[in-house]
Write a protein that binds this ligand. Structure first.
Ligand code: AMP
Ligand code: MG
Length: 344
């Protein structure tokens, strides 16, 4: 299949909407990462997403809408919790996905056999225009090959999926850079299943009490049944081996300089660069988690593009604010391999 790389113009949005209505797949820009969209109400179209990405069938998809009223319009949920409206008023459109009890119109391919549906209202104008033009909600996971770093540019999508999908709309680089925060409202206390651009602290301000699922911080075995199926797979990983170092600023610099070699790289902060004797890939300033989230996946892909890097040492981020999302993605990219220099 020839994959069309389309500029973000009104005519191309219409063209892409027709592809979706015909059961095809379109890479769409969102403010978090690029999504691989199909008509969420067409199970056969949705199953093509799993084939193109080589995604495990038990990992459900997020349904993207263009307006809060679409939940009712398309009858997506059995009931809309009051807290969903509160969250929507505060954070939609934006990088928050809300899980509620699903209705019967949600195909099994979308919910992967669960009795819930994950819904998000993205803020990227091209995504919203596409959902409106297609006149249907769009199921869309990240538009990468399963397991590899999520795509934050149209070029990343083409690198992973060219020839396997119908089109990609080029909407420029994504703003947030990591996937949406996922919160479920079907538990007694609302629970974060995946951290993202909307933080634990912000959600607590609106809802009062919020839990964070165990799978956010810890390794879950692949044969376990979990509330957040996406969190149990090795994820976001470049081909090079990523190792996290739990340490101070100086220990990080010393450790890398001691282990520096031509196939070693440092995934570091701007302030570290002058002191390091290895190839450096910076995520931005120390403590600037918004920049770190924005740059993370692009830097992981750049490391692989160099071709010679075998080992990447990254500092373990703290879990405040958007740092929780950076930590969650990095620890998975590392396959949970952490060296604790404080304990050595
Ligand atoms: P992706 O958009 O590629 O990051 O994948 C969607 C994420 O949302 C995965 O981590 C899924 O496990 C999660 N997700 C989607 N729907 C549900 C649901 N109904 N219940 C729990 N997690 C979900
Ligand atoms: Mg993904």
């Amino acid at each position: 299949m020839n994959t069309l790389l389309l500029k973000n113009t009104p005519d191309n949005i219409k063209k892409a909407a027709h592809i979706l209505q015909d059961g095809g797949l379109v890479g769409m820009p969102t403010e978090t990462v690029y999504g691989l969209a199909a008509d969420a109400l067409n199970g056969e179209a949705v199953s093509k997403i799993f084939a193109a990405k080589c995604r495990p069938m038990d990992n459900p998809l997020i349904v993207h809408i263009a307006d809060f009223s679409d939940i009712e319009k398309y009858d997506l949920a059995e009931e809309i919790p009051k807290s969903a409206k509160m969250l929507s008023d505060m954070f939609w459109p934006g990088p928050l996905t809300i899980i509620m009890k699903k209705s019967n119109v949600i195909p099994n391919e979308v919910s992967a056999g669960l009795d819930t549906v994950a819904v998000r209202l993205p803020s990227h104008p091209a995504a919203r225009a596409l959902i409106k033009a297609a006149n249907t909600p769009l199921a869309a996971p990240s538009a990468n090959l399963s397991g590899s770093p999520s795509p934050t540019t149209a070029e990343h999508v083409m690198n992973d999926l060219s020839g396997k999908i119908n089109a990609v709309i080029d909407g420029g680089a994504c703003d947030v850079g990591v996937e949406s925060t996922v919160i479920t409202l079907v538990t007694d206390v609302p629970r974060i299943l995946r951290p993202g651009g909307v933080t634990f602290e912000q959600l607590k301000d609106v809802l009062g009490k919020v839990d964070v699922d165990n799978a956010v911080f810890h390794k879950i075995s692949e044969d376990k049944k979990v509330s957040s199926p996406g969190m149990k797979y090795k994820h976001y990983a470049p081909k090079a081996n990523v190792i996290l170092l739990k340490c101070t600023d100086n220990e990080y610099i010393d450790y890398i300089n001691k282990n520096a070699d031509k196939d070693v790289a440092a995934l570091c902060c701007d302030e570290d660069i002058p002191f390091l004797n290895a190839a450096t890939f910076s995520l931005g300033k120390r403590g600037d988690y918004i920049s770190q989230a924005h740059r993370l996946f692009n830097e992981l892909r750049r490391i692989d593009n160099v071709g010679t890097v075998k080992t990447v040492y990254s500092r373990m981020p703290s879990v405040d604010g958007v740092g929780m999302a950076v930590y969650n993605r990095l620890v998975r990219a590392a396959g949970f391999e952490v060296i604790d220099l404080e304990k050595l």
